[in-house]
Design a protein around this ligand. Structure first.
Ligand code: NAD
Length: 371
């Protein structure tokens, strides 16, 4: 059973459960037999995967702001979760230019608020705090960033994630490392793609919106290379981190990167044109290049994931073709047969798990075959 069955019948609390990653994580945890509790300010997009999968009726969900300590503390102390995954954030780089203070307040102060609650928890709890690859000071070198590289960020979103990491570390050193009932780790990933995303200024979303309305897609930075990864990849890393914390393995207080293997690097143009071919079965020439760049985007940022392999026996599963197939399959099901979308999402999770097991990746294989 995946993740050594640690999530079965456990209570798992997720902040940001209505967002793209939070929805996939909730669905995977439901599939693992967990009781999922969610806490989010709103449903961030229309349409949304959270609504399409009817997760409000499958989980115990509360609407609230991460910065509202009283409200958050009340739901956490009522639920007494075995696990907390903190994902709530203002996650869009372009929005961080329009709303810098709101971004800093949500991503930095919001993270401090949940840590302030976690430090006083009086039951056993394993906590996984999600930041970003953008937390690293991007010096635009060719090497992958390692967990002990410098935090930073030239734009507000990146700076807020770097600052959140510094605050997390200070809370761990000052309070949490002294508490035997609380285990904690931070996890960093980036450029996540997959079905079910409708957020602004994300390339896959722009492509799918254009394909469904037969309009052109305008590429801002066609030659920009990104280490694309399917959303299930970092989530398998987050769930493995939770499992290892729960099992008291020696990873308490650590940070981990989760990224794709180097061969998955592709340009924005390659990603969009390959998606177009799969969507229509041929190129429809909807991909257009524009030089209208509305905000600065960081150049190549690659993660070194050796630590995740060494400590968690984690590595990525999917190649670029599988990632594209999953994406097209998901959105085509949503737009043609939306009532099947929960089952299709579960099918993709099960297929991904099977693919990981065929590669012998630890989290996906039976207990008696594990390292
Ligand atoms: N999607 C990516 O490519 C990516 C890459 C790196 C890191 N991340 C990080 O992963 C996490 C999840 O990302 P996502 O893509 O699912 O984001 P998303 O924008 O889809 O969802 C954000 C979630 O946070 C909630 N939220 C926002 N502000 C809040 C507040 N003040 N109080 C309570 N809830 C609030 C929203 O309601 C929503 O549930 C975020 O921390 C994000 O920064 C995402």
């Amino acid at each position: 059973m995946e993740f050594n069955n640690v999530y079965k019948d456990k209570k798992v609390f997720i902040t940001g459960n209505t967002g793209f990653k939070g929805t996939w994580l909730s669905t995977w945890l439901l599939n693992l037999g967990a009781h999922v509790y969610g806490y989010s300010k709103d449903i961030p997009t229309t349409p949304s995967m959270f609504e399409a999968l009817d997760l409000e009726n499958k989980c115990t969900h509360t609407y609230g702001d991460i910065r509202d300590k009283e409200s958050l503390q009340q739901v956490i102390s009522q639920a007494k979760p075995d696990f907390i995954f903190h994902l709530a954030a203002q996650s869009i780089v372009s929005t961080s230019y329009k709303e810098p203070l709101e971004t800093i307040s949500t991503n930095v102060v919001g993270t401090a608020v949940i840590l302030d609650i976690i430090k006083d928890i009086d039951f056993d709890c394993s906590c996984i705090i999600i930041t970003s690859d953008k937390a690293y000071d991007n010096v635009e070198w060719i090497w992958g960033y390692r967990e002990n590289d410098r935090m930073g960020g030239k734009d507000i979103y990146s700076g807020s994630k770097g600052a959140a990491e510094l605050i997390i570390n200070a809370y761990i050193q000052s309070f949490i490392s002294k508490k035997s009932n609380i285990k904690i780790a931070t996890v960093r990933a980036g450029n996540v793609i997959g079905g079910g995303d409708w957020s602004a200024d994300r390339i896959v979303v722009d492509c799918i919106n254009a394909f469904t309305s037969q309009k052109n897609v305008e590429l801002r930075s066609p030659a920009a290379t990104r280490p694309w990864q399917h959303v299930l990849e970092p989530l398998s890393g987050y769930l493995t981190t939770g499992q290892y914390l729960f099992e008291n393995r020696a990873i308490n207080g650590e940070a981990f990167n989760f990224g794709p293997s180097a061969e998955q690097l592709r340009t924005v143009y390659e990603l969009s044109s390959e998606l177009e071919k799969r969507w229509f079965g041929e190129s429809k020439s909807l991909i257009k290049i524009t030089d209208n760049i509305p905000f600065e985007e960081a150049k190549l940022l690659k993660l070194n994931c050796d630590k995740a392999l060494a400590y968690l026996q984690w590595k990525a599963t999917l190649d670029f073709n599988h990632i594209l197939n999953y994406i097209v399959e998901w959105y085509q099901c949503y737009y043609t047969n939306p009532t099947n979308i929960f089952d299709l999402t579960i099918k993709q999770i099960n297929e991904y798990t099977y693919q990981a097991s065929t590669l012998g990746i630890n989290w996906a294989i039976e207990n008696d075959k594990r390292d």
